[in-house]
Design a protein around this ligand. Structure first.
Ligand SMILES: Cc1cc2nc3c(=O)[nH]c(=O)nc-3n(C[C@H](O)[C@H](O)[C@H](O)COP(=O)(O)OP(=O)(O)OC[C@H]3O[C@@H](n4cnc5c(N)ncnc54)[C@H](O)[C@@H]3O)c2cc1C
Length: 108
């Protein structure tokens, strides 16, 4: 997320992992993540963004259900020496207060 905030871009792999983490580990409403990506991405595209978030959350026209990326396995496969995590301080403790609004509270 620090890379996204600093540059307006992250790779497809990072987008998938960030989305899976928000939906599964943080148990947040996927639409908050999609709205945040919409605000930050320099290549924002309504169909690619919202469609990919639906795909990760398992709420789109996809019979397989949601995707839960194994963070340890992804790190081992794509960042085995921890260079990406170190560059973007991805191992720092985060004290962010997470919102627990549910779908009924989503602003329309
Ligand atoms: C949660 C999430 C949100 C995303 N939001 C956007 C967005 O707002 N705008 C956007 O353009 N892409 C989005 N993508 C798709 C993808 O991440 C980007 O298109 C890709 O990172 C662009 O990098 P690249 O040009 O190196 O792609 P490459 O991996 O080199 O792929 C070549 C081209 O294929 C297309 N493409 C690749 N992967 C996808 C994909 N998963 N879905 C759709 N098209 C793809 C892109 O046009 C890309 O330029 C999103 C993916 C996820 C998982």
């Amino acid at each position: 997320m620090k890379e996204l905030n600093a540059t307006g871009f992250i790779t497809n792999r990072s987008r998938q992992i960030a989305a899976s983490c928000l939906v599964n580990e943080l148990q947040l409403d996927w639409r908050y993540g999609a709205a945040y990506f919409e605000q930050q991405l320099i290549d924002y595209d309504v169909a690619a963004n919202w469609g990919n978030w639906q795909y990760i959350a398992g709420v789109g026209v996809d019979p397989r259900g949601g995707r839960h990326f194994n963070l340890a396995k992804q790190t081992q496969q794509y960042d085995p020496h921890g260079e990406y995590i170190a560059k973007w301080q991805g191992n720092e403790h985060c004290d962010a207060q997470l919102d627990d609004l549910d779908a009924a509270d989503w602003p329309v």
